[in-house]
Design a protein around this ligand. Structure first.
Ligand code: ADP
Length: 212
C-alpha cells in the first residue's frame, strides 16, 4: 500500500496566473481544488452557512433564485470589522472542512500529487492543509496590467486591490517553489512542466518527501 499523495498549495496575488497555472498542471494529469469555488459552494442555497447569513442580514441579500448576492454582502463587511469577523467565523471553518474533504479524495487517488489553488493560502489556515508551497510571482506593473485587462477595472482600482493583499516579498519568503510569470504563456508552460517533472521525482510513488 502506498501512502497518501501530497498536496501542493499554489498561491499568488490577483492576476498572478493561479488559474492559468492550475489548468497547465491539469493538462499534465494533476488534479486540483480551487479554494474560491469551494468558498462559493459553502454559501449555495441549502447550505447551513447561507441560512446563518440570511438569519443575520435578512432575505434582501438573496436574489430571485435564492442565491447570495455576494456584492451586497461584501458591502456590509467592508464597512464593519465586527461583521467581517462574524462572517469569517461562519464561513472559514466550513471552507476548511470542505477543502479537507476534497483534498482527501485527491490524497487517496492515483495521481502522484495534487494542488490546492488559493489566493488566501497564507492569510488563512489553509496553508496547514498542504505539504509544500508554490508561489506565482509577477512584477507589480504586469500584475496591474493583467488585472485591468481581465477584470475591466481602472489602474487605480487595480493598485488598490494589490495594496490590500499580502506584499510580494512576504509571500515569496513563504515559498518552497516559485514560478516567475513575467514571460509569455510558452515560458509559463515550460516552468510548469519542469516543476511537474521535479514533483513526480520528489514524490516518486512512495510519496516520500525529499529535497527538490
Ligand atoms: P489568477 O487566477 O491568479 O487571478 P489568471 O490565471 O486568471 O490569474 O491570470 C490573470 C490574467 O492574466 C488572465 O487573463 C490570464 O490569461 C493572463 N495571463 C496569465 N499568465 C499570462 C502570461 N504568461 N502571459 C500573458 N497573459 C497571462
Amino acid at each position: 500500500m502506498t501512502s497518501a499523495a501530497p498536496i501542493i498549495g499554489v498561491t499568488g496575488g490577483i492576476a498572478s496566473g493561479k488559474s492559468t497555472v492550475a489548468a497547465m498542471f491539469a493538462e499534465l494529469g494533476i488534479p486540483w481544488v480551487d479554494a474560491d469555488l469551494v468558498a462559493r459552494d459553502i454559501v449555495a442555497p441549502g447550505e447551513p452557512a447561507l441560512d446563518a447569513i440570511v438569519a443575520r442580514y435578512g432575505n434582501s441579500l438573496l436574489d430571485a433564485h435564492g442565491e447570495l448576492q455576494r456584492r451586497a454582502l461584501r458591502d456590509i463587511i467592508f464597512a464593519d470589522d465586527n461583521e467581517r469577523e462574524w462572517l469569517e467565523s461562519v464561513t472559514h471553518p466550513r471552507i476548511r472542512q470542505r477543502l479537507h474533504e476534497r483534498l482527501e479524495t485527491i490524497r487517496q487517488g492515483a495521481a502522484p500529487y495534487g494542488l490546492l489553488v488559493s489566493p488566501l493560502l497564507f492569510e488563512t489556515d489553509q496553508v496547514s492543509l498542504v505539504d509544500r508551497r508554490l508561489v506565482i510571482d509577477v512584477p507589480e506593473t504586469l500584475q496591474v496590467a493583467r488585472t485591468q485587462a481581465r477584470d475591466e477595472v481602472s489602474e487605480t482600482q487595480a493598485h488598490a486591490i494589490l495594496a490590500a493583499q499580502m506584499p510580494r516579498q512576504e509571500r515569496l519568503a513563504l515559498a518552497d517553489d516559485v514560478i516567475e510569470n513575467h514571460g509569455d504563456m510558452t515560458a509559463l508552460k515550460a516552468q510548469v512542466a519542469k516543476l511537474d517533472a521535479g514533483y513526480r521525482q520528489l514524490f516518486d510513488g512512495t510519496h516520500q518527501e525529499h529535497s527538490l
